[in-house]
Design a protein around this ligand. Structure first.
Ligand SMILES: [Zn+2]
Length: 124
């Protein structure tokens, strides 16, 4: 039996690595607002789109409201990147549609654009 190399993208192993980086970055962010492990767990569950019990929802929203704008934005970016992992759009520049170099993704796994397009965008 021959193993067929499928696709030309990041590949499953790398995808898992980058997913790990994203999840880790998200926990780091959530940990800055969560006061207890329970709170952290429900925050993570809610952020992952999971259903949480009504009783913990209030506390979760309360904790999320402590996030500052910048952190909330980062959390949104991480969530969007995790979504792109599911749809297979991850690691592709949104502007030029070329693959984003892996070293950039390792440093910034939620990056939406390659360095060239990003710097172009930040100017305007
Ligand atoms: Zn680009």
């Amino acid at each position: 039996m021959r193993t067929r190399a499928k696709g030309k993208g990041a590949g499953p192993a790398r995808t898992e690595e980058l997913r790990g980086l994203l999840v880790e970055a998200r926990s780091r962010l959530l940990r800055t607002v969560a006061t207890t492990d329970d709170e952290l767990a429900s925050l993570a569950a809610q952020d992952a789109g999971g259903l949480i019990e009504t009783s913990s929802r209030g506390a979760t929203e309360d904790a999320l409201s402590r996030l500052e704008g910048r952190e909330r934005h980062a959390l949104d970016e991480i969530r969007a990147a995790l979504g792109r992992l599911e749809t297979g759009d991850f690691g592709v520049c949104e502007v030029c549609r070329r693959p984003i170099p892996v070293p950039r993704l390792r440093a910034m796994p939620w990056a939406r654009a390659c360095v060239t397009c990003q710097s172009r965008g930040e100017r305007g």
